[in-house]
Design a protein around this ligand. Structure first.
Ligand code: 5AD
Ligand code: SF4
Length: 474
């Protein structure tokens, strides 16, 4: 049993990151463990977690488990959790309640929790006290150890917890079962060293570790061979890519090398305004296959709050970068993240956030009420603003965000735009769905024969969060 430790998770060591190409393995005897058994995996949170789940699925399938999307049918139920806000906690423990129920009728059911919540000391303490029946708990640095963790549990017949607090090395040979045949996530770095005061990620995901360009570019080339059209380069703070490598190589270099592979579409998330260089902007402008879509979290428009958040930029420098991006890439769409109700946020601070939103007219924004996370500096800051007031601010902000989202979409009416057709539309089964280069969701008529292809679509109707269109036959 290895338990998470918050003090250790906060440390940043000089320990060299070792790239391991044969660390992951499945013992021969474990390869048939899942024969005639099904797994159910539920994923919460960000794209990083989605991609981790693609690894977990592949590992379980190497152990002969097959996937089911019906929890009641599963022999192994695993929740890949998120720790970014409190509400995820409630959702996860709601599911855990259902798992307990199922266990009563299925004595051989294996149950588990992994992901960012498993990295939290207080959560694991809670599990050990109140949920002794949960079989396995493993952290974000232990994914490659899943076969061994299951084995330990089955041999010892008691709760098995394995959570490394200090990030391990980079394990390069974990298999992946991708959810899509056309779009793929590629991790370019793990962890984060920014330590924004509200954010738990630097503790749950460890210090920044960039993958080397060779491994990333090989992955891109393999995906091209497999027919993939779109890749998204993933990291908590992708603009800082390469800063921890021993070689002189940065995000602009990586973007250029990935663009040169010729893959049709390249996206990257998430950018921190602090590390967004002119060189990067030049490269995005130069290559048509780097998509004109940038997610640029603002968090707050008040300099006082930005300082308390430890964001390292001011309202003015953010706006300067924003304008530079829009001037260089006028066609691009830009989205953001905003937190309201940070400790001590006054009405005036909030007004400044609204001002920035009015100036930037974002294509869309993810908006959140501040959620104190144990162990982060902001959780200890004095907070006099009532929840009612925070909810009022969130509502006001959302009204504004929606207005500009619709305004941004209105510009697409009657235009012809490229869309990667992904599959049947969820809203209307007679239509197909896909995304534009600028990341707008489009429901498309008559495109059933074009799944996996990038086609021209004429936009015929515009809503706040999606567009409707029809295929343009050349
Ligand atoms: N409370 C509310 N929102 C948060 N985010 C990160 N930490 C918190 C928190 N403690 C938001 C930020 C970040 C996004 C992924 O989640 O806006 O950009
Ligand atoms: Fe969290 Fe800030 Fe790192 Fe983003 S950059 S993951 S908000 S600490």
């Amino acid at each position: 049993m290895i338990l998470p430790n918050l003090k250790e998770a906060k440390q940043r060591t000089n320990k060299e990151v070792v790239i391991k190409t044969n660390e992951y393995h499945v013992d021969e005897e474990l390869k048939s463990l899942g024969v005639n058994k099904k797994y159910f995996l539920k994923t919460y949170g960000c794209q990083m977690n989605e991609h981790d789940s693609e690894n977990i699925k592949a590992i379980l399938e190497e152990m002969s488990f097959t996937e089911t999307d019906v929890m009641e049918d599963a022999d192994f139920i695993l929740l890949n959790t998120c720790a970014i806000r409190e509400n995820a906690h409630n959702k996860v423990f709601g599911m855990v309640g259902r798992m307990k129920h199922l266990r009563e009728t299925k004595p051989n059911l294996i149950t588990g929790i992994c992901g960012c919540m498993a990295q939290e000391e207080t959560i694991v303490e809670e599990i050990m006290q109140k949920y002794k029946w949960l079989d396995i708990v493993f952290g974000t640095h232990n994914i490659h150890r899943l076969p061994q963790i299951i084995k330990e549990k089955l041999e010892k017949q008691k709760q098995e917890i394995e959570v490394f607090s200090i990030e391990g090395d980079i394990v390069e040979n974990i298999p992946v079962k991708r959810d899509s045949k056309y779009k793929a996530w590629i991790n370019i770095m793990y962890g984060c060293d920014k330590f924004c005061t509200y954010c738990i990620v630097p503790y749950t995901r460890g210090k920044q570790r960039s993958r080397t360009p060779e491994f990333i570019l090989n992955e891109v080339r393999e995906l091209i061979e497999d027919g993939y059209q779109e890749i998204t380069l993933l990291g908590q703070n992708v603009n800082a890519y390469g800063k921890d490598l021993k070689i002189d190589y940065n995000m602009a270099n990586l973007l250029e090398d990935v663009a040169k592979t010729g893959i049709a579409r390249i996206r990257f998330v998430t950018s921190h305004p602090w590390d967004f260089t002119d060189e990067m902007i030049e490269i995005i402008k130069k290559y048509d296959n780097i998509m004109p879509y940038i997610h640029l979290p603002l968090q707050s428009g008040s300099d006082r709050i930005l300082k308390l958040m430890g964001r390292r930029y001011t309202k003015e420098s953010y706006l300067k970068l924003y304008k530079k991006l829009k001037e260089a890439l006028p066609y691009s769409s830009i989205t953001t993240d905003i937190i309201v109700g940070f400790p001590g946020e006054t009405e005036d601070d909030f007004k400044e956030t609204l001002e920035v939103v009015k100036e930037c007219e974002y294509d869309s924004a993810f908006t959140f009420i501040f959620s104190p996370r144990i162990g982060t500096p902001a959780a200890k800051m004095e907070d006099h603003v009532s929840l009612e007031e925070k909810e009022k601010r969130l509502y006001e902000l959302n009204e504004l965000v929606n207005k500009y989202a619709k305004k941004a979409n209105d510009k697409y009416l009657e235009k012809v735009v490229p869309v990667l057709i992904e599959g049947v539309s969820e809203k209307n089964p007679t239509m197909m769905m896909g995304y534009t280069d600028t990341m707008k969701l489009v429901n498309v008529k008559n495109a059933a024969d074009f799944v996996g292809k990038i086609v021209n679509v004429k936009i015929t109707d515009v809503k706040t969060w999606s567009l409707d269109g029809e295929l343009v036959i050349d």
